[in-house]
Design a protein around this ligand. Structure first.
Ligand code: NAD
Length: 288
């Protein structure tokens, strides 16, 4: 899609960070907005800010891990605006709070996969048939992460993001075989300065008091995670991520990279591919 003026964007996790960056960019492009987020207060503040800038905004409290919430989101988006042209399945939780594969509790697995993976599954499952039927140029952008392309380090979060990449690639493949103007994309940011390190604020009440991890220590991991939080705090401005995203949509690019230094991640991706292609055991990168 080249022209976004007057079109409709639905953005999950739109009250903060990358989602809010996407919403601001969409508003600047003249789009009408449906903002979906589990945090009511942040949602109201985001909607007020965007409206003050002249945008038309429908804020809807939505827990993307619940199918009925995502169905209601689609229902209300079409009821209000009559069409949707951009769906950003962006809501996510992690990354330091995610827990390692060995030590993470099942409650954490369910929470992480519930939001990061099932949230995207629900978005695609509910919106794609409507977007196909609408038969207008439209985009689904799934927010994964560079963690979705390389192994290790971020534990359950890594697992969830690999799944989002696989889901998005498969969606792209299926859409490409069809006679449709609906396109799929996967957003692959490196560190972005958002509230992600405080994602625990959105842990469901039922598990709020459960420990994040069982008593299994992986040497060096905790120290690395502490540094990783600082890396995120000093990360890219979400506005820049949004700019890269809209440029990629205009250019019809499926893989949306954000960080120029992602070249260094390319070495890690290359290493993983080489291990796969030669059936070597996966390379274990030091915590650094
Ligand atoms: N910040 C980074 O460095 C980084 C890097 C790569 C990918 N990502 C991904 O970007 C996406 C956005 O995260 P962010 O960094 O902007 O963090 P953020 O915490 O600032 O924003 C995430 C938003 O998702 C919302 N959310 C959480 N659980 C939800 C649920 N169940 N239903 C609906 N909304 C929910 C939060 O309330 C919040 O507004 C996530 O998918 C994250 O994994 C972030």
């Amino acid at each position: 899609m080249q022209e976004f003026q007057g079109k409709v964007a639905v953005i999950t996790g739109g009250a903060s960070g990358i989602g809010l960056g996407l919403a601001r960019q969409a508003a600047a492009e003249g789009m009408r907005l449906v903002l979906a987020d589990v945090e009511q207060e942040a949602l109201d503040a985001a909607a007020a800010e965007l409206r003050a800038g002249g945008a038309e905004v429908l804020p809807l409290r939505t827990d993307v891990s619940r199918l009925e919430d995502v169905e209601a989101l689609a229902e209300q988006a079409w009821a209000r605006f009559g069409a949707v042209h951009l769906l950003c399945n962006n809501a996510g939780v992690g990354s330091a709070v995610a827990g390692s594969v060995l030590a993470g509790t099942l409650a954490n697995w369910q929470w992480l996969l519930g939001v990061n993976l099932w949230g995207v599954i629900h978005g695609v499952h509910v919106f794609a048939p409507r977007l196909l039927e609408q038969n207008e140029p439209a985009h689904i952008v799934n927010t994964a992460s560079i963690a979705g392309l390389i192994a290790g380090h971020l534990g359950i979060y890594t697992v969830s993001k690999h799944a989002v990449v696989a889901l998005s690639e498969t969606l792209h493949e299926e859409l490409s075989r069809m006679d449709t103007m609906l396109q799929a994309h996967v957003l692959l940011p490196g560190p972005v300065a958002t509230a992600l390190t405080g994602a625990r604020r959105n842990r469901p009440a039922a598990i709020a008091h459960e420990p994040d991890e069982r008593d299994i220590e992986i040497p060096g991991r905790r120290e690395w995670l502490a540094g990783h939080s600082t890396t995120i705090e000093n990360g890219m401005d979400p506005a820049e991520v949004a700019e890269h995203t809209f440029t990629a949509l205009r250019e019809g690019r499926f893989y949306i990279y954000t960080h120029p230094w992602q070249q260094s991640h390319m070495a890690l991706i290359g290493q993983r591919c080489a291990d796969l292609l030669t059936a070597r055991n996966p390379h274990v990168h030091p915590y650094a």
